[in-house]
Design a protein around this ligand. Structure first.
Ligand code: DOR
Length: 439
């Protein structure tokens, strides 16, 4: 085909929805215009992808970029710069900021603030509160909203909708899939007094125990079935929930975090406060169940739950330790390392970090390396070996729980709607990330 493209990716191994093929990809007007043998085509820019794998642009559907509120630990600019350095082409940003994103006015502020600051494309969550329950149907239909987020158990910030009557009201307002932090608030509060005296960080996993997560998820799924409203359970962390959700595919979908696929409770002794997150890192048997759920298809989405906090907040003695771990910059290298170790295929990686998020949230133009879709690509070098260094982290908080981890496989280039925004560890051009449309 003798065509002209803006961008031509030459000779890579393409991770297509129907399998892997060595072929060229041509991008025009920001969209994939041709896939195949494009030797006769010309282009403004050619990216040589020989010996590299070309994945559809990977999405991190769960990040906390902390704006408005805490630019000392993260901003839209730094968080999305971290994303593209780490090989991501889009992130969906959580609403538990200060103030939280819970109204049309705050959403409008955020859309405006993102313009000219984001390096990758973005979707925006709206938070449920007891004051906006009947507005959620209207809010989820606003432009660029990836989903409503319900904190049914308390975490960072003050968003909380914990009782069945309010949860049911939320489910009856609107139709799209709702995303839940499902830890059970009543059990959390009941058990809090047992741990008031403090102690080692691993007590975090005893306080927020398996039953806390499982009970909360059972309650959400019962209400979802009663109301017929699809539920996406975020950061599923227990073997019990995975087995249960595998039998609830009529109404439920499943997100698992990179952390719960990578870390076990030995991390508390090694990392102290830098292992504390909600829901917690747990014993080995839950990690094994998560990989079984990867193999059998139970998992729809893998995300990072990138949740930066200052070093001072992470180093406070438990239980005052801030909960949340950074991860937007490291999720792709670590998932590639899992691929290299034979734990999943590149096709399954594209499924859980591109097709899955696009399907669950209804992202327009995302989800497939196919003609007509956005020209978003994560180009990776599976032969590269590189250690994650704290000095590489661009989030202002400046730390990662994965410092020192050697990854076999590393992102080589990030392409967003036909523009190369990262190549060879260098961010290129200007921040031109766009807000994503959702069905
Ligand atoms: O560990 C967590 N940190 N879990 C959450 O649910 C929220 C997040 C944060 O915003 O810090």
């Amino acid at each position: 085909m003798s065509h002209h493209f803006e961008l031509l990716l030459r000779g890579g191994t393409l991770v297509l929805p129907w399998g892997q093929e060595v072929a060229d990809v041509g991008v025009r007007d920001g969209r994939i215009a041709a896939i195949g043998d494009l030797r006769l085509a010309s282009a403004d820019t050619v990216l040589d992808c020989r010996h590299l794998h070309v994945l559809p642009g990977l999405i991190d559907a769960h990040v906390h970029l902390r704006e408005p509120g805490d630019p000392a630990v993260e901003t839209i600019e730094t968080g999305t710069r971290a994303a593209v350095l780490g090989g991501l082409t889009a992130v969906f940003d959580m609403p538990n900021t200060s103030p939280p994103i819970v109204s049309s006015e705050r959403l409008a502020w955020k859309r405006e603030h993102i313009r000219g600051r984001a390096w990758c494309d973005m979707g925006l969550y709206v938070g449920a509160t007891k004051a906006n329950l009947d507005d959620l149907g209207r809010l989820e239909a606003e432009p660029n909203v990836c989903a409503i987020k319900v904190f049914a158990g308390s975490s960072t910030g003050d968003l909380l909708v914990e009782d069945d009557a309010s949860l049911e009201r939320a489910m009856r307002s609107g139709r799209r899939t709702i995303c839940y932090h499902s830890e059970d608030e009543y059990r959390l509060q009941e058990r809090r007094a047992m741990f008031e005296g403090g102690g080692p960080h691993r007590l975090h996993a005893e306080w927020r125990d398996v039953e806390c997560a499982f009970l909360g998820t059972r309650r959400i799924i019962a209400l979802a079935r009663k109301t017929g409203r699809p539920a996406h359970i975020l950061h599923v962390s227990t073997a019990e929930e995975l087995a249960f959700l595998g039998r609830a595919r009529d109404i439920a979908s499943v997100e698992v975090l990179l952390n719960h696929l990578t870390q076990t409770d030995e991390a508390y002794d090694r990392l102290g406060g830098y292992a504390v997150m909600n829901p917690p890192i747990r014993e080995e048997r839950h990690l094994r169940a998560a990989w079984a759920a990867m193999s059998d298809g139970t998992i729809d989405v893998v995300a990072s739950d990138h949740a930066p906090h200052s070093r001072a907040a992470k180093e406070r003695p438990w239980p005052a330790t801030a909960a949340g771990l950074t991860g937007v910059q490291t999720i792709v290298p670590l998932m590639l390392d899992h691929v290299s170790n034979g734990r999943l295929s590149l096709s399954r990686l594209a499924d859980v970090m591109c097709a899955g998020p696009a399907r669950i949230y209804g992202a327009v133009g995302k989800g497939r390396l196919a003609v007509g879709y956005d020209g978003d690509f994560t180009v990776v070098d599976m032969g590269a070996r590189r250690r994650i260094e704290e000095s590489w982290i661009v989030s202002p908080c400046g730390w990662t729980p994965f410092a020192g981890h050697e990854c076999h496989g590393w992102p080589y280039a990030t392409v967003v709607r036909g523009r190369i925004v990262m190549r060879d560890d260098t961010v290129l051009g200007e921040p031109q990330g766009a807000l994503i449309r959702f069905r």
